[in-house]
Design a protein around this ligand. Structure first.
Ligand code: ATP
Ligand code: MG
Length: 553
């Protein structure tokens, strides 16, 4: 990782510093524990950067562990996508990838241990009854009629559950804790349930699966996690985790610390909603460039460093937050402004014919790849009698503020000559078809000889030698800054994707998928994976700031 990346401290790092100073820990061992039930999103990136970043900085280790206790919702495709996203972000997990399912035998053993200690019982109440007996935040719950079943019977019944002798939902294993606890998670929580489901790691081996809460804390303990970092919604569950670990024979006790989730404006960061966007066809898959997924950001043109930089800028606290999209955009823009080579592309072309330029006399000009980085070299530009400019860069009439091409006036073509618009040709509906211009041959790389001032500069692409390209412009996925509570259809922004048929410099055909480029005046782009020879596709990663502001409207 680049040394220039800042590592601001936060309350978790302060706790770790204290633990190391006091000798409580000599090494730091963290983990990132995703459930493989969807692709990772930018919120997960926050957790990844925190966990892996801490391990890196304290010369500790960080595990990648799949918390895979819900076989019906999980899949190997999600496992693979998550592994590739973590690697893409630039992090390395310690040893092999781990799975909570690696510990199913141990977890089952610990469940038996709780039964033997009289701390767990098999409950034959229906789910409905269990819910009713749980009580409310104001009223304590009631004891299940099965709560006092003797240990021997509980052991037998749990064994029958495990052997597949009961149907799904017929019974479950519950911890015996405290039905009057102010923490609902302590009211005899279910710790094992029956599920006749194929598991992506363990196949058909099990028909009982441990619940997340029971699994998570034991998995952390088995792996010797020193600091178990998670989001605030698990704050109450910490009591249950501590109870489980205190009551089974396991040596380590990871300490859990909670931080606030990342929320980002104009998008949703919940896998349930993201799945819905994909399955209901609002977007074109998990890696649609509008998605806040790591895969979507990558396809959009974000780099690993820009995502890490974002996570560093937002920091880690316990405060609720809704981060502005512009914060994320600034991270990639800052990076691309430094590194992306420049090129010209016309997104909405209108043709120009330069009448005094000799027929068949095209030439090859040279343009710098970066205005202030000569080390990025230069490229060849085809200039011809016929070129394209943006439809929006021409007006028949305009006031002085409009510093682009106006009928009867001059403008400079970026990296080329000064041209003057002489007349236009329109179709039957009055749309401009062609703009006829003349050029001043003595203005390549220099001002007009007679001291004429030409203020505007516009970009262009040869109409005879270029590549066609579909240009995809993205806007916010949702119309509302905080769409979480709304129906997707209601909040969805139908203009979040606009496709244009543009033209780009021929050299851009050689770009690699994902490679960044700045199209002068229109933004930072990258080649999309759907690109083919002769049918390039570019995604706009992010628009420019007020570039060339002097050009005016
Ligand atoms: P989702 O609500 O999207 O399903 P989750 O928390 O259920 O998220 P997990 O796969 O269980 O997803 O998350 C793995 C880790 O990532 C957890 O430690 C979780 O706390 C963290 N995480 C998930 N979402 C965010 C977020 N928005 N901000 C920060 N950390 C997050
Ligand atoms: Mg979860």
């Amino acid at each position: 990782m680049a040394e220039t990346e800042k590592r601001p401290t936060n309350f978790i790092r302060q706790i770790i510093d204290r633990d190391i100073e006091s000798g409580l820990h000599t090494t730091v061992h963290t983990r990132f524990p995703p459930e493989p039930n969807g692709f990772l999103h930018i919120g997960h990136a926050k957790s990844i950067c925190l966990n892996f970043g801490i391990a890196e900085d304290y010369q500790g280790t960080c595990n990648l562990r799949f918390d895979d206790t819900n076989p019906e919702k999980e899949s190997i495709d999600y496992v693979n996508a998550i592994k590739s996203d973590v690697s893409w972000l630039g992090y390395h997990w310690d040893g092999e990838v781990r799975y909570s399912s690696d510990y199913f035998d141990s977890l089952h053993g610990y469940a038996v241990e709780l039964i033997e200690k009289g701390l767990a019982f098999v409950d034959f109440s229906t789910q409905e009854q269990i819910r009713e007996m749980r009580g409310t935040l104001k009223a304590p719950g009631q004891h299940s009629p099965y709560r006092d079943t003797d240990v021997a019977t509980n052991l037998q019944e749990f064994e029958k559950m495990t052997q597949g002798e009961y149907t799904e939902g017929h019974c479950c294993l519950r911890a015996k804790i405290d039905m009057a606890s102010p923490f609902m998670c302590m009211r005899d929580p279910v710790i094992y349930r029956i599920k006749f489901a194929h598991h992506h790691q363990t196949g058909e081996k099990w028909c009982v699966y441990p619940m997340y809460d029971f699994t998570h804390c034991i998995s952390d303990a088995i792996e010797g996690i020193s600091h178990s970092l998670c989001t605030l919604e698990f704050q109450d569950n910490r009591r249950l985790y501590d109870w489980v670990i205190d009551n089974i024979s396991i040596a380590t006790q990871p300490r859990q610390y909670e931080f606030s989730r990342l929320n980002l404006e104009y998008t949703v960061l919940s896998k349930r909603k993201l799945i819905q966007l994909v399955t209901e066809g609002f977007v074109d898959g998990w890696d649609d460039p509008r998605m806040p997924t790591i895969a979507g950001l990558r396809r959009r043109g974000y780099t690993p460093a820009s995502v890490r930089e974002f996570c560093s800028r937002i920091g880690v606290t316990k405060m609720d937050n809704l981060i502005e999209m512009s914060m994320l955009e600034a991270c990639i823009r800052d990076e691309l402004n430094e590194h992306a080579p420049r090129a010209m592309a016309v997104l909405d072309p209108v043709k120009i014919v330069i009448e005094n330029y000799a027929q068949g006399e095209g030439e090859t000009l040279t343009a710098a790849n970066h205005p202030n980085k000569p080390e990025l070299g230069s490229r060849e530009l085809a200039f011809d009698k016929e070129i394209y400019i943006e439809r929006d860069d021409f007006r028949e009439e305009a006031n002085k503020k409009y510093k682009r091409l106006v009928l009867g006036k001059e403008v400079r073509l970026r990296n080329a000559y000064v041209i003057k618009a002489e007349r236009v040709e329109k179709d039957e509906d009055g749309n401009i078809q062609t703009i006829y211009c003349t050029y001043d041959a003595d203005t390549l790389g220099k001002d007009p000889a007679d001291g004429r001032k030409v203020k505007g500069v516009i970009h262009w692409v040869s109409a005879l030698r270029h590549e066609k390209a579909e240009i995809r412009l993205y806007d916010r996925l949702f119309k509302e800054p905080n769409p979480g509570a709304l129906e997707l259809a209601e909040a969805y922004n139908p203009d979040s994707l606009v496709k244009l048929n543009g033209v780009v410099e021929s050299g851009l055909a050689n770009k690699a998928i994902g490679e960044a480029v700045q199209f002068e005046r229109t933004g930072y782009f990258c080649l999309d994976k759907e690109s083919k020879a002769g049918a390039l596709v570019f995604n706009r990663t992010v628009a420019l700031r007020d570039t060339w502001a002097k050009i005016g409207d």
